[in-house]
Design a protein around this ligand. Sequence first.
Ligand SMILES: Cc1cc2nc3c(=O)[nH]c(=O)nc-3n(C[C@H](O)[C@H](O)[C@H](O)COP(=O)(O)O)c2cc1C
Length: 186
Amino acid sequence: MSYNIAVIVGSLRKESFTLKIANALTKLAPDTLKLNPVTLYDVSFFNQDLEATPPADWLAFREKLQKSDAILFVTPEYNRSIPGVLKNAIDVGSRPPGKSSFLGKPIGIISNSPGPLGGVSAAKHLQNILPGISGPILGQPETYLNGVGDAFDEKGNLTKEPLQKVLQQYLVAFAAFVDRQSKIAA
Ligand SMILES: Cc1cc2nc3c(=O)[nH]c(=O)nc-3n(C[C@H](O)[C@H](O)[C@H](O)COP(=O)(O)O)c2cc1C
């Protein structure tokens, strides 16, 4: 059994560490997970006035979520929370009311920072935001990657071995979690 995982990338920056981590995860994933990075460049601002006739980009983003078996958030921390683009995408995906595209989907969260705290506050804020609109959230292993600034080579490959190990361990736990939750839901 193989599961499709939408990996939501919480940064728009071209040289984003978050994007590089998402790409590294696709390579480190076990055979049972197919990871598809989803960037947020094209998700326009949520505006409740547009809900009756949602823009095509909202529908396309919601469809990517709906087609996935589970969602993995990879996010940096902005001012001790998640970046606005990520909150906007969550708002878009959460609507219409009661029909969130995250509903029932097992959720993973990996935060990161070049700083010492690994974006832990961003991860904690996601844990606050999601429960009303998503499926269950994997609690352990808590994964807040610090010191990501020197973790990649010039081609963007993850070269810092301790981080590779942490990500591999996370993916093993996430794969088991997704499998377990999917069987419970079936
Ligand atoms: C507006 C803004 C706020 C930030 N706030 C934090 C913060 O609260 N904690 C932190 O660890 N890093 C913070 N940073 C630094 C980011 O971790 C750093 O810019 C990182 O490279 C962003 O992720 P990215 O490489 O995926 O774009 C902030 C950066 C910006 C631009």
